[in-house]
Design a binder for this molecule. Structure first.
Ligand SMILES: [Zn+2]
Ligand SMILES: [Zn+2]
Length: 172
């Protein structure tokens, strides 16, 4: 072979090797880039998943139902968060909710129109009435029980003193 040609061949091969190396490096970089992109995507997916799994995507951020109230309930008690009322408005005698003058009922844990309350009471009349009703019922129940017991005692006495014993005696 021509030494010149050989020289050229070797330099060609060298260049080819260099180019291949370059390509190889590029490929490696590309792969790394893609990998890092995938990782980032996975990470963001993971973050999104855990976030939506805990609170729920559809759930609105906890805020007071009272109109014009901007209170952030995230720092408030669970009770206030659940019923969506800030501490101040849970105790307010009258607030505007859905365009109505309302008050937060401590018994129902929700807003009623002010007309459902007696004066400054924090429990609606219906609940208070229900409470009294239950008390009256339980009193009546105890009365009925007492009456029934007395009736039973009377029947028992009657059985003991009455004719059934005599009838039985007659049969024998
Ligand atoms: Zn409020
Ligand atoms: Zn109520």
């Amino acid at each position: 072979m021509d030494p010149n040609m050989q020289n050229m061949m070797s330099s060609y091969l060298k260049i080819k090797k260099l180019v291949e190396d370059e390509e190889e490096r590029e490929r490696a970089v590309k792969v790394k880039f893609v990998e890092s992109q995938l990782k980032r995507k996975k990470l963001s997916l993971g973050e999104g998943g855990s976030g939506s799994g805990g609170v729920g995507v559809a759930a609105p951020p906890p805020c007071c139902l009272v109109e014009s109230c901007q209170a952030d309930l995230r720092g408030c008690k669970k009770y206030h968060q659940r019923h969506r009322v800030c501490e101040v408005h849970a105790k307010a005698p009258v607030v505007l909710v859905d365009g109505f003058r309302q008050r937060f009922c401590q018994q129902c844990s929700r807003f009623h129109e002010v007309s459902e309350f007696d004066q400054t009471k924090r429990s609606c009349r219906r609940r208070l009435a229900g409470h009294n009703e239950r008390r009256r019922k339980s009193w009546l129940e105890s009365q009925k029980d007492g009456t029934r017991r007395r009736l039973k005692e009377n029947q028992f006495r009657h059985l003991n003193q009455g004719s059934p014993g005599n009838q039985e005696f007659d049969i024998h």
